[in-house]
Design a protein around this ligand. Structure first.
Ligand SMILES: [Zn+2]
Length: 207
């Protein structure tokens, strides 16, 4: 039970939206059409130097027995802070890519798909969405690849598989401090990431 719904909106396909969540509120990232991955960044709303760190979150959750690279409980900020920024309270998918921090970018589309320019990317989407907050592309740091389905190989490689998330799946995350979030509905349509199509994502904020 997430609480009283106070706000809801849709992140359009291939675009990003930035929004604030107060300490104690829970926000839900949910599917609309299904098969859509999101690339997310999180900051302390009062001090943008404190931001979500993927490697430290992976390490501490594994050490403390609270999660894995696919599904973890606590989002930690970058050292030297290492505070719990947010806590997962419900997760119907439990299959994310929580140990990498990457995102699609112009460079990645060039190298992977031979698309020289003109394809929207999560890096550019998040930069656009965060510009009103004075945050630049250089400060778009580690990404939480929500709903992204990745097969990790024994040799250290990986394969991006089509996401398994369906239209009624969601993740509920409680803010343990005031959070500035930005989430991109990943525009990848030339790889299996989103099942070959880019769809919107929904956000609900509960008190
Ligand atoms: Zn992307």
């Amino acid at each position: 039970m997430a609480g009283t719904l106070t706000e809801e909106f849709v992140i359009p396909a291939r675009h990003a939206t930035a929004f604030e969540v107060k300490q104690g509120q829970t926000f839900r990232i949910h599917q609309i059409d299904g098969y859509q991955v999101g690339d997310c960044v999180f900051y302390n709303a009062h001090d943008y130097k404190e931001m979500f760190h993927v490697g430290q979150s992976w390490a501490i959750n594994v050490i403390c027995g609270t999660g894995t690279s696919k599904s973890f409980k606590h989002f930690y900020s970058k050292p030297p802070r290492e505070n719990v920024m947010m806590t997962v309270v419900d997760d119907t998918c439990r299959n994310h890519w929580g140990n990498m921090g990457g995102r699609c970018s112009t460079r990645l589309y060039q190298l992977r798909d031979n698309i020289e320019a003109g394809h929207r990317s999560c890096q550019e989407n998040l930069t656009e969405a965060l510009a009103p907050y004075g945050i630049s592309g250089d400060e778009v740091f580690d990404i939480f690849n929500v709903f992204m389905n990745v097969d990790l190989h024994e040799d250290g490689g990986f394969t991006i598989l089509p996401t398994e998330v369906s239209a009624d799946d969601y993740i509920d995350i409680r803010a343990d401090m005031d959070i500035l979030a930005a989430i991109s509905a990943c525009p990848a349509d030339t790889s299996p990431t989103n099942g070959g199509n880019s769809a919107p994502l929904g956000i609900k904020i509960f008190d």
